[in-house]
Design a binder for this molecule. Structure first.
Ligand code: ADP
Ligand code: ADP
Ligand code: MG
Length: 500
């Protein structure tokens, strides 16, 4: 058992703040790191101490492992929390941290290494009877042999970079004739993006849902699952709306997926918070996709329905405490939804739309949580992920959580940049989302930019025409028409009456 008195968060923005808030509640002193672009960010102001790492590009700041470790040694830091992205899934960094006598808030470097490679992960879990998407289990070296395998699996197939992440490094091959060309492209892309050209093939599941299980393990061998998150609403293979629980998961399926996730975690001697991702086909068969060995972006929905603070649990585990609850102590309370508010233009292919947050007023009220990292007047820098905030709502059931989210979106005021708010409102009101019958193709199937432009229904146009006539009449007669019980003019009924 080793007490953490001072924690450095090797990250920026909303996640850095979110982690430091919990640390503060636990009486832990906090150290922020920042690049020159983030000098005035809320996470820097919130921390007890802050260290400038260098110029804005990540490889000159947030990715400087040695500089971060040096700062820890200088400031007497006990532990580093890596957040998500950046160094969070870098086994070499985790090892360097541990070797320097600092606690790494996360799993062992060995677990990160195994799960960081999609192929190594598949091999590690193979003997535990976890269902897997049909595909190859080794990096492809012989392209003609892989082509034969692809035919056996059946098109469409997906070529994936073993080291890929963040929705990058995937290519769909629809027909045999495209196979060689796509394969060459995939390999060179994997090499240039991830420094590792290993690719493999998987059957492309055509109407899949992405459902993942949150796990928590301690250093004493206990592992529990904290139910599922439905993350099927995606663009570019990256999530935009997540919810817990999923509308399609029955208690039996939840238990089966939860137990499979625990086996995956056990396969790599996992401790800390982790997520086991599954792809689910249209008959609700689930298959292991990968494990993310870190805190996930969408972890708040799990916190809302379980009442557990996942960062607090991570810090307690890192100090060496056994989990203070067992599987049977956990239950689902209500329903939670998260939308990711990105500085992106949904009308322009979701391209980043960075700039100045001229107005920034987040929504308030019961059951609403906003995890953000910016303030009004700040610039969204071009160097990093363009996520401005996560908006989370919680209520007693799915329908109410959706209603609350729509209200919260309407109350969220952002001007100066385009965001995903309007797009998310479109999704939440769509019958396919409301009914729970949707898959990862939601955006392709139902969304087009014109969905975000205002459509005047025929009835509304008639009402407007009526209003124009009414105003014209009033101006010309000087008379004030009074109707309605309280004597207040009710133009709506009047225009209607005029038109009938
Ligand atoms: P999550 O898996 O937690 O739901 P994302 O897939 O959106 O979230 O990824 C979390 C963050 O990590 C994002 O900022 C994403 O860009 C980044 N990220 C994930 N994997 C990689 C990777 N291999 N290389 C670079 N960035 C990554
Ligand atoms: P990453 O490391 O980029 O998160 P994942 O393996 O988790 O990669 O896949 C990201 C997303 O890509 C999934 O959520 C899903 O939408 C899609 N995807 C991955 N594998 C398949 C597959 N075999 N068939 C169909 N879609 C897939
Ligand atoms: Mg993934």
């Amino acid at each position: 058992m080793r007490k953490i008195n001072k924690l450095l968060v090797a990250n920026r923005g909303e996640i850095s703040l979110r982690i430091m808030r919990t640390a503060k509640e636990m009486g832990i002193k906090t150290v922020a790191v920042y690049s020159e672009a983030d000098r005035n960010s809320p996470h820097v102001k919130f921390a007890d101490e802050a260290v400038c790492l260098g110029p804005p590009p990540s490889n000159q700041s947030y990715l400087l492992a040695d500089k971060i470790i040096e700062a820890c040694l200088e400031l007497g830091v006990d532990a580093i929390h890596p957040g998500y992205g950046f160094l969070s899934e870098n086994a070499t960094f985790a090892k360097k941290v541990t070797d320097a006598g600092i606690i790494f808030v996360g799993p062992s470097p060995e677990s990160i290494e195994v799960m960081g490679s999609k192929l190594a992960a598949k091999n590690a879990v193979a003997k535990y009877g976890i269902p897997m998407v049909p595909g190859t289990d080794e990096a492809i070296v012989d392209i003609p042999a892989a082509k034969i395998k692809a035919e056996e699996i059946g098109y469409p197939i997906l070529i994936k970079a073993s080291a890929g992440g963040g929705g990058k490094g995937m290519r769909i091959v629809k027909y045999e004739a495209e196979f060689e060309e796509q394969m060459h492209r995939a390999i060179s892309e994997a090499e240039s993006s991830f420094g590792d050209g290993s690719v493999f093939i998987e059957k492309y599941i055509t109407s899949p849902r992405h459902i993942e299980i949150q796990v928590l393990g301690d250093t004493h061998g206990n592992i529990v699952y904290l139910f599922e998150r439905e993350c099927s609403v995606q663009r570019r293979h990256q999530k935009v709306i997540e919810e817990a629980p999923s509308a399609v998961v029955s208690p039996e399926m939840r238990k089966a997926m939860g137990e499979a996730a625990v086996k995956v975690a056990k396969a790599c001697n996992y401790f800390g918070a982790g997520t086991v991702e599954f792809i689910v086909d249209d008959r609700l068969n689930f298959y292991f996709l990968e494990m993310n060995t870190r805190l996930q972006v969408e972890h708040p929905v799990t916190e809302m329905i379980t009442g557990k603070d996942l960062v607090k649990e991570q810090l307690l585990i890192a100090e060496g405490h056994p989990l203070s609850f067992a599987q049977g102590d956990l239950s689902i309370q209500g329903h939670a939804i998260e939308i990711r508010v990105y500085a992106e233009d949904p009308k322009n292919n979701f391209l980043p739309d960075i700039g100045n947050l001229i107005t920034y007023v987040p929504p308030k009220g019961p059951g609403i949580r906003v995890d953000d990292g910016f303030e009004q007047g700040m610039d969204i820098p071009i160097y990093y992920d363009p996520m401005i905030a996560k908006l989370i709502t919680h209520d007693e059931n799915r329908e109410k959580a959706i209603q609350r989210m729509i209200r919260a979106i309407d109350d969220y005021q952002i001007t100066g940049i385009e965001t995903t708010l309007g797009f998310c409102k479109f999704v939440l009101q769509h019958e396919s989302f409301v009914s729970g019958d949707f898959d990862t193709k939601f955006v392709e199937k139902y969304f087009s930019p014109d969905k975000l432009t205002i459509h005047w229904e025929e009835e509304e146009l008639k009402l407007l025409a009526g209003l124009a006539v009414e105003i014209f009449d009033r101006q010309n007669s000087g008379l004030k028409r009074v109707s309605g019980q309280n004597g207040i003019s009710n133009p709506r009924t009047n225009w209607k009456n005029r038109l009938i």
